[in-house]
Design a protein around this ligand. Structure first.
Ligand code: PLP
Length: 451
């Protein structure tokens, strides 16, 4: 076949394997080709406009056409397009970004380590904690506990922390030494009559029983997203984190907050750890760190973690870990400018205000016959669809209703995301009242089609 005669969509089907896509269905339906972005909107190759109610992948805080971010990237590309941080090298954007992250961290943090993605960051955290525990004379303290429905990425180690079947089934993960405790979703997993408080107590007790079963001397860290994103936008019960944190302190277990989605204003405060009262030893940020204009993630570690790593690197003569792109100058320059804009334009406060509109608007759907639960916090939310509100039963196949509704929304000009039968909303932090209203109105039309 003459390649030049193929349409872009045909070339896509012929040459690309897409992440998070049924490869066979893709051969039938082909791609939605997104050509350009402007503010909270993206446009396809036919010129159709979509309000991007997911900020891409929970990430484009400043929308799709921020001139200051574009300029920051261009200036850095002209000045120094690449350099690395290996063997005592440094450059100004990575130094300034590390300083900025330590300055805004919700708890005292000591050092920042950069990676290219959230998955790499979580992989790195596990290795760093193993390395540190070897150094401090606790070589048995190596196991990690995370939660069912958690999402921490897809590299072999981060997929082992993840607690979603699609990321593990067929991939021979989780690795041994990774354990998953209950998901703090009261609507789905509370026992009949159990209050949120009792549910949180039960989950904390479950964590303690796993620690005691395995032996506290074998458990290195507890890993969690302050509010679970990809698992369905799960807002934990109010006292959940303080109870989890208390169990971890009791057994000298580090707490890692995966802020890849929650960081930089998403939940109405700068970090999800502030919203939910977490005091992490390690924090992982990405996505809204650079509004995803450049791939970058960062790990913040406190002194307790750093000291062991420093000793071990000294014993070894080097810290044998790092990526070519760790602290990439263009990515760090863009991230630094992105945080400056979030601060100067008071976008965290704006997100809290717009979040109230989004949550109040979605709450109106909670009595709809197909809606089981509306949940969220700040500018992130989900509506869970059910076939039967009483039994909370899904339609014949889990995810069918969600996929259908997301498809209808797309036809009406809105991109959202179905996670099972939950429809997620995560609009850019810059969204105006009118744009939040557009998201709500479009959802209403899609829901009417689904009736
Ligand atoms: N952690 C969380 C909480 C995430 O939501 C994600 C991605 O959605 C990741 C980690 C993985 O990040 P990446 O896709 O950049 O590897």
């Amino acid at each position: 076949m003459n390649q030049s005669k193929l349409s872009l969509a045909e070339k896509d089907v012929q040459h690309q394997l897409h992440p998070y896509t049924d490869a066979r269905v893709h051969q039938e339906v082909g791609p939605l080709i997104i050509e350009r972005g402007e503010g909270v909107y993206v446009f396809d190759d036919q010129g159709k406009r979509y309000v991007e109610a997911m900020s891409g992948l929970w990430s484009v805080a400043l929308g799709f056409s921020n001139e200051r971010l574009i300029k920051a990237a261009e200036q850095q590309l002209r000045k120094l397009p690449f350099y690395h941080l290996f063997s005592h090298k440094a450059h100004s954007p990575s130094i300034e970004l590390a300083e900025k992250l330590i300055e805004i961290a919700p708890v005292p943090m000591s050092k920042v380590f950069f990676t290219n993605s959230g998955s790499e960051a979580n992989d790195t955290v596990v290795k760093m904690i193993w390395y540190r525990n070897n150094a401090i004379g606790k070589p048995t303290k190596k196991k990690f506990i995370s939660r069912l429905n958690a999402y921490h990425g897809i590299t072999t180690v981060s997929a082992s922390l993840t607690g979603l079947p699609a990321n593990q089934r067929g991939f021979d993960v989780p690795l041994s030494g990774f354990y998953h405790v209950g998901c703090p979703h009261h609507y789905r997993y509370a026992k009949p009559g159990e209050t949120e408080e009792q549910f949180a107590d039960r989950l904390a007790a479950e964590l303690e029983s796993v620690i005691l079963r395995e032996g506290p001397e074998t458990i290195a860290a507890f890993y969690g997203e302050p509010l679970m994103g990809a698992g369905g936008v799960i807002v934990p019960p109010r006292t959940y984190w303080e109870k989890i944190q208390a169990v971890c302190s009791k057994y000298d277990i580090l707490v890692v907050a995966d802020e890849v989605i929650c960081g930089f204003g998403r939940t109405g405060k700068m970090f999800g750890s502030e919203t939910f009262g977490i005091k992490p030893d390690v924090m992982v940020v990405s996505k809204q760190l650079s509004s995803s204009y450049q791939p970058i993630a960062a790990i913040l570690i406190n002194d307790k973690v750093f000291e062991g790593i420093a000793d071990q690197s000294h014993t070894m003569g080097t810290l044998g870990h790092g990526f070519t792109g760790s602290g990439h100058p263009v990515a760090t320059a863009v991230a630094l400018e992105n945080i400056r804009i979030i601060q100067e334009e008071h976008l965290v406060e704006h997100a809290a205000e717009m979040g109230e509109l989004l949550q109040a608007g979605l709450a109106h759907f909670s009595e709809h016959p197909l809606v089981g639960e509306v949940r969220g916090c700040g500018l992130i939310a989900a509506v869970e669809l059910v076939a039967d509100r009483k039994t909370k039963a899904p339609m014949d196949v889990v995810g069918k209703l969600g996929r259908y509704l997301a498809g209808r929304a797309q036809e009406h000009g809105m991109i959202t995301r179905a996670m099972g039968d939950s429809i997620a909303f995560c609009p850019p932090l810059i969204s105006t009242k009118a744009e939040i209203q557009l998201v709500l109105d479009t959802f209403s039309r899609a829901l009417d089609d689904t009736d």
